[in-house]
Design a protein around this ligand. Structure first.
Ligand code: NAD
Length: 511
């Protein structure tokens, strides 16, 4: 049996090996999940709530253990584990436990009694079935839980494949549910791309994927062959717009956090700043000062993978070669996979460089000085990505107005990116950032399907529109059209009503 043998990005020390799930077992595990899902979906919601509720305290009680695990496996500073992977996840469980009942409440559909006598309809939220969940390494606990918790509450089974770079965090996620769920309701598959691919090809009802654009494209294509619906949360190239009236102290701190948290390995990292020329110099000065005070390792962890370090190096080197000014950082720290927090000033006629166009996913912040708000909005929107964006201004109404001009799934005024931690706020993107939605009732729509149930209590032996098709059917249909038309007079409608009264009963007898 093969194993995932990762090294810590902090110092390259070997981590405990994690056994890969044999590819040959995937089919049987999915079949088991399908059987388990049927039983789980028939379990009363109150019981599912009882089970899931217990996960909240498990998360809170195991915060230190998780901080140690993530520090070693991904290099994440403990503060970031507590603020991004522990507290928001406890809130997440509470939110779904408190709200799912009302979100899944049956919705009555009002039917016209004259057109549809004796009939009543209702929309129920039905579980999708077996959900394949494939996740990245950057928030290896929070991202899976955002789907697992509402998916299980809604009556689905989940087959979860964490990233091969953070399999221990994946096992931690699964262990939060240990002993609480019937066997097969939550299945953990350990492995890399071949395992993810096998999962997408298997008999699942929905694929929920968070990761890079190239993988998202492959998954969408494979899933299309099987007509399996897919939810895709992909990369970002978030822009921050700093207006001439911004509070520069708060803005500088916010931008530095927005760009360098999780060592920039955040789909919603600030990867482009467009600052009004009237405040550009003092803002840049403050940002550089702040970036230089950040403690390597404590405030800014290392990159998690070697490939990521390579991308960061390439983006910084090509930016410098193309005329960007290196204001601070720019080199590996020399400790593990660390890279210094880096700020670049990019002349606006040189934006055609990877650091401005591709996702960097590292601690690199390019700044472009612009003439005004309109230019900032135009440049911010000129990206294939559109995950989140922020506007920094003391005039919050001005910020809100600009928010509606930005091509992004989430826009924040005087803050950035943190709303992924709000379970009631939808998280989604446009363009190459993908069309998936996590958090909020909008996410639940992806994890369930509407089932419309119509009950007919009519005692009539036939329906108006059933066979045989007679001339009286056409007569009644014409009269109905007259009744519905806003162009017809009251007299015409009265005549039509009479026609329906005379011919309708004949039709119900099939004449
Ligand atoms: P990745 O695409 O390399 O891998 C993501 C997952 O897909 C992993 O579990 C991997 O094993 C699996 N995988 C790889 N090839 C596959 C295939 N052919 N079929 C099925 N599964 C396959 O991404 P990554 O490097 O782990 O994560 C970083 C990316 O994730 C960045 O682009 C980042 O922006 C994005 N991300 C997006 C969001 C969001 O909410 N939009 C959140 C976090 C991360």
């Amino acid at each position: 049996m093969s194993a995932l043998a990762n090294r810590s990005p902090l110092d390259f020390s070997p981590l405990a090996e994690v056994e890969e799930t044999p590819l040959a077992e995937v089919g049987a595990l999915i079949a088991r999940a399908r059987d388990a899902q049927w039983v789980w979906s028939q379990t009363p919601l109150a019981e599912r709530l009882e089970v899931l509720h217990r996960v909240k305290d498990r998360i809170l009680d195991r915060g230190d253990e998780l901080a140690t695990l993530l520090r070693a496996e991904s290099g994440k500073p403990a503060a970031e584990t507590w603020t991004a992977e522990v507290l928001p996840n406890a809130d997440l469980v509470e939110h779904w436990v408190d709200n799912i009942e009302s979100m899944m409440a049956v919705e009555e559909v009002v039917l016209d009694a004259m057109a549809y006598p004796g009939k009543s309809g209702a929309i129920h939220s039905a579980a999708r079935g077996v959900i394949a969940l494939i996740t990245p390494w950057n928030f290896p606990v929070a991202i899976p839980l955002r789907t697992i918790v509402p998916a299980l509450l809604a009556g689905n089974a989940v087959v979860f494949k964490p990233s091969e770079f953070t399999p221990r965090a994946g096992a931690f996620v699964a262990s939060l549910f240990q002993g609480l769920l019937p066997e097969g309701v939550l299945t953990l598959l350990q492995g890399g791309a071949p395992m993810g691919d096998a999962l997408v090809r298997s008999d699942v009802d929905l694929v929920v994927f968070t990761g890079s654009v190239p993988t998202g494209r492959k998954i969408a294509a494979t899933a299309a062959e099987h007509l399996t619906p897919v939810s895709l949360e992909l990369g970002g190239k978030d822009a921050a717009i700093v207006l001439d009236d911004a509070d520069l102290d708060r803005t500088a701190r916010g931008l530095v956090w927005g760009a360098f948290n999780n060592a920039g390995q955040n789909c919603a990292s600030i990867e482009r700043v467009y600052v009004d020329h009237r405040v550009a110099r003092p803002l840049i000065e403050r940002m550089v000062e702040l970036a230089q005070t950040l403690k390597i390792g404590e405030d800014v962890g290392p990159l998690t993978t070697e490939a990521q370090l390579e991308t960061v190096r390439r983006h910084v080197a090509s930016a410098e070669a193309a005329g960007a000014l290196l204001l601070c950082g720019g080199r590996p720290t020399g400790r593990g996979l660390g890279f210094e927090p880096t700020i670049l000033e990019v002349p606006k006629d040189r934006e055609a460089m990877p650091v401005m166009e591709e996702e960097t996913f590292g601690p690199v912040l390019p700044v472009v000085i612009v003439d005004d708000e309109d230019e900032a909005v135009r440049r911010a929107n000129a990206s294939r990505f559109g995950l989140t964006a922020s506007i920094w201004t003391k005039k919050t109404e001005r910020g809100e107005r600009i928010a509606h001009r930005l091509r992004a799934g989430v826009v924040t005024v005087n803050n950035h990116g943190f709303t992924a931690a709000l379970p009631s706020a939808p998280w989604s993107g446009v363009g190459e950032s993908g069309y998936g939605i996590t958090n909020s009732r909008h996410a639940l729509r992806e994890l369930t399907r509407p089932r419309f149930v119509l009950v007919d209590k009519s005692r009539s032996k036939s329906e108006l529109w059933w066979m045989p098709y007679t001339t009286s059917l056409v007569t009644v249909a014409r009269a109905m059209a007259t009744m519905r038309s806003s162009a017809r007079t009251f007299r015409e409608k009265l005549r039509a009503f009479w026609t329906i009264l005379v011919n309708g009963p004949k039709r119900l007898l099939g004449r």
